[in-house]
Design a protein around this ligand. Sequence first.
Ligand SMILES: [Zn+2]
Length: 136
Amino acid sequence: MITSILSRLTKVVTRSNDRWMACCPAHDDSSPSLSVTQSSDGKILLHCFAGCSIEEITGALGLSLNKLFPDNGFTHRDYRHQLKQSQYKEILSNEQLIVALAEAEIKRNHRLNSENVARHLLALSRIKKLEVLIYV
Ligand SMILES: [Zn+2]
């Protein structure tokens, strides 16, 4: 996924194995102000130093937030105690991050596209189920 994101950006500069700078696609950017970071668990973090929101950046790239957070194959079966508590916690924090991003967009009066609305709702329902598993 990271190569597919980088291929859509211009003036990509490699900073390290998992960090790049590129021109932000969401504003008129002549010198790279978009930071792209891949975390060890595969999440892709985008940050525009000029202040574009994640929704604006992914929108300009033609991506949904979903693409930044690999679906960890979490299915209904996994809600039974098949995973370690630490795995549930990791999935929970991933889902909470999606909710936080979505809510930050809503607070800024940005409308989420339908794919992101659906992902937001999925995250909320997963959190509800996960919290039961983790805190009982
Ligand atoms: Zn920007």
